[in-house]
Design a protein around this ligand. Structure first.
Ligand SMILES: [Mn+2]
Length: 273
């Protein structure tokens, strides 16, 4: 099938796998995105070569470059995102005056208490979901970012640092190019702040503190999986679902990245007391 747009989503279960995120949410996201692509006629790519010398998150950069060889626009969506607003056609965002389409960082982060200045300084581009036009500038951005080897982290558990920091660093060096990024309002949102029109919801983060018994997490996740299979709207317990995906299976606290407040939730939002 030929298409002007490709959407890429790649999931891999890490060798040291401490949460349900990549084993359960990842495959759900692949199925959900595949169906979204069929619905709108986008090419769907879910096989991506991984360079064993870097954390898997880096694989998005060469994968996008490869897909740009035969598409006018390439959409990247992480395997921790789900499409909620399936009727929205991403072609509405394809505007040749811009090279990158991204969620407006201020709209994304303000509900979480971030100031405008801090949002723009710290997260001018969130690479969880973004769109790239096939242009010389975009290819240069991706190639230069991939060469920023100082952002390659090591350690058996990924610390969340990687390709986004590399891309942000390159962007910071060329402020005169900021206008090439087209900020839109509803491309992706934090689960806590989702509005009706938001297309992707990003269930970001991992290694949250163990707070919900695993049997309860599995019950929540199974209900959500069923909605993906049956193409139904997702349930209302979005924060509890998020937590069920990102919390550590074990209580030992070895890779504990924090409790609910660290992820902008209250205890009651994730259904604990
Ligand atoms: Mn993500």
């Amino acid at each position: 099938m030929r298409s002007d747009i490709a959407l890429i989503t790649f999931n891999t279960v890490p060798r040291v796998n401490l949460t349900l995120k990549y084993e359960r949410l990842g495959p759900m996201a692949i199925e959900n995105h595949r169906w979204y692509c069929e619905h709108h006629g986008y090419n769907f790519i879910d096989e991506v070569p991984v360079n064993p010398d870097r954390p898997a998150s880096w694989a998005k950069v060469p994968a996008i470059l490869r897909a740009l060889e035969d598409h006018r626009w390439v959409v990247w969506a992480d395997s921790d995102t789900l499409v909620f607003n399936t009727s929205f056609d991403l072609r509405n965002f394809c505007d040749a005056r811009f090279d990158v389409v991204a969620q407006c960082p201020v709209a994304y982060l303000q509900p979480l208490g971030w100031t405008t200045e801090h949002s723009l300084e710290a997260m001018r581009l969130n690479t969880g979901v973004f769109m790239v036009r096939n242009s010389r500038w975009s290819r240069d951005l991706l190639e230069t970012s991939y060469a920023q080897k100082q952002f390659i982290s090591s350690g058996e558990v990924w610390n969340g640092i990687g390709e986004q920091e590399a891309i942000l660093e390159v962007l910071r060096q060329y402020p005169e190019d900021f206008h090439r990024i087209h900020y839109v309002q509803n491309l992706q949102s934090h689960p806590k702040c989702r509005s009706q029109d938001d297309i992707f919801v990003h269930f970001y983060g991992n290694h949250a503190r163990h707070r919900i018994p695993e049997s309860e997490c599995l019950e929540v996740i199974q209900r959500w999986e069923q909605c993906v299979r049956q193409r139904r709207d997702f349930p209302d317990d979005i924060a509890r679902f998020h937590w069920s995906c990102i919390q550590n299976k074990s209580q030992d606290g070895h890779f504990d990245r924090g409790g609910p407040e660290r992820f902008f939730y209250s205890q009651s939002e994730i259904g604990i007391t």
